[in-house]
Design a protein. Structure first.
Length: 324
């Protein structure tokens, strides 16, 4: 088990990580989720031994790793840009860590072929890495990280450089690989769809601090803070009284009718400021009578135009109360 306690990393006295606590059990997939610049990659590099913490501890099965160099931690790290060796073929990349361990050539070749089959690239061993697509390079990088049989596999934005269609396909394949390997996995991403598809537990990191740490279903259904809710695509508002987070399907926006009684019970009077299309939803900016401006997400396309007065109504079952 990986245990991180009170981890602090500073760059020029500015904390990139500020008191991070984290655990990853054997066979568990934990995803650190958060925006760019929040400290996710720094956390991976520090756990791997590539960055020195200013404070805190990193341990594996109770053993302090502070003085253990990276190559002796038995952790595998897949970098965001894959960091493949361009002068080596696929087999040369995948087998690199095994050669560093002094493994004999026939064993390396057999393990390379096994892993290339595992990641869906059988027969690719002799291909130059420059000839591979982005998705194929991603799989080679994953096979290289898996080759030394690490007790902890770490992945930095493993699908970030791929197009959406390929990412969606590889998410399922990655999850299957994690389950078959039965190793601890720690990955970081800014994509919440990717995080919830891959992880058993999600840790939301903001400005180097943990905002929420819970199983994936809990984080999605009950975000702990306004930041977590907003990052996951909830609407966060005080228009209905106390601060709440509401899933997009929990709000309805209707234009004013000919009579005041057309307003739904408990609805808030608003005016539509503008609306934009965002691939799978609409973002509508509205202003309440009190002057509060809300950016609200809606799935349905039939929405009032800019300048239209209307009413914003809430389905209480879709609302999550948040701390003030």
């Amino acid at each position: 088990m990986l245990e991180v306690a009170g981890l602090v990393v500073r760059y020029d006295r500015v904390p990139a990580l500020d008191g991070v606590d984290l655990r990853v059990g054997n066979g568990e997939v934990v995803c650190v989720l958060g925006p760019s610049g929040g400290g996710k990659s720094t956390l991976l590099r520090t756990v791997a031994g590539l960055e020195a913490p200013a404070e805190g501890a990193i341990a594996w099965d109770g053993r302090d790793l502070r003085d253990v160099p990276p190559h002796l931690r038995r952790f595998g790290l897949m970098f965001q840009d894959h960091a493949l060796f361009p002068h080596r073929d696929v087999a040369g990349n995948v087998g690199f860590g095994l050669r560093m361990q002094g493994i004999d050539a026939p064993t390396i070749r057999a393990r390379t072929d096994e892993l290339l089959t595992l990641v869906g690239l059988p027969g690719f061993a002799d291909r130059p890495v420059r000839s591979l697509s982005g998705g194929e390079q991603q799989r080679v990088a994953l096979a290289r990280a898996l080759a030394p049989n690490p007790r902890l596999l770490m992945l930095d934005e493993p699908l970030g450089a791929l197009d959406r269609a390929l990412r969606e396909r590889l998410v399922d394949e990655l999850r299957a690989i994690f389950l078959r390997r039965e190793r601890a996995v720690l990955l970081v991403t800014h994509d919440h769809e990717e995080a919830f598809a891959l992880a058993d537990r999600v840790v939301v990191l903001r400005d180097g601090r943990v905002e929420q740490d819970a199983d994936a279903a809990t984080v999605w259904a009950r975000p702990a803070t306004a930041f977590v809710a907003g990052f996951l695509g909830y609407n966060v508002t005080t228009a209905f009284g106390s601060q709440i987070a509401v899933r997009p399907e929990g709000l309805t926006l209707t234009p004013d009718g000919s009579a005041p009684t057309d307003a739904p019970a408990g609805a808030v009077a608003v005016t539509v400021v503008d609306r934009t299309f965002r691939r799978d939803h609409f973002r509508v900016r509205v202003r309440t009578a009190a002057g509060e401006v809300l950016d609200v997400a809606f799935r349905e396309p039939d929405l009032p135009a800019a300048g239209t007065p209307g009413h914003l109504a809430l389905d209480p079952a879709a609302a999550v109360p948040l701390p003030a």
